[in-house]
Design a protein around this ligand. Sequence first.
Ligand code: LIP
Length: 258
Amino acid sequence: MKSEMISQMMEVARGCGQIIRKASEERIGADIKSSFRDLVTKYDVQVQNYAIGQLSERFPGAGFIGEESGEYEQAESALTFVIDPIDGTANFVHHYQHSCTSIGCIRDGKPLAAVVYDPFLDEMFRAEKGQGAYLNDRRLRMEDLPLSEGLVLFGSAPYNPELTEETFRNLRSLFGKCQDVRQSGSAALDLCYVAAGRAALFFESILSVWDYAAGALIVEEAGGRCTAFGGNTLVFDRPVKSSVLAGTPASVAESGLL
Ligand code: LIP
């Protein structure tokens, strides 16, 4: 049984996905943010404005943290929505159809509800605290696979070249323990793929809160673990950056990143 809150969030995420799908049929120009790899398009801003407009109407007084405009005026509200309008922007720019909208809902500093929508595969991942995780209408229950029985997903921290050495050192070590490695370019979808049992582990040396706020809850509600490297607790209610490690309990334990 879906709550009214998650139903509303799913409707907004699906609307974001329609903008992404339509835009993906056109040539997509991009501007540069922090580096030549850190791209933003007019659609990132358009989707984020749509999401905030819709969520403000449906949840009056809510606060927002969004990738394309830092921290909004944090209304005196119990709810904060953490939004990555297009996670996998580089994929989107290059018509490499693997991007999503990620919306996490935070209350008292902790994830309450989450939706991640991939408009290309029409896959809606969702979770509510204590209510389980779902892919479309299928309940996700993670088998506690060891690394030797699964894939490892990773992000290359492309905006932070100072972390390249660490990333590929960790990758080399994990490659020796798992069936194979994959890089998708969307951390939010990587976290959902772990929750869906498509991979045993995901890691990235640095991500922004909007990349992981929704996926972290989806992993945990599917029976997995999601922390920062070293097992440190993730922060959800401020525009911070953190390493992220997520996977089956067994894979996280043997990852060498705790
Ligand atoms: C991206 C992440 C990806 C990571 C990139 C970037 P964006 O998010 O999903 O995993 O490697 O550094 O953070 O910028 O496309 O929303």
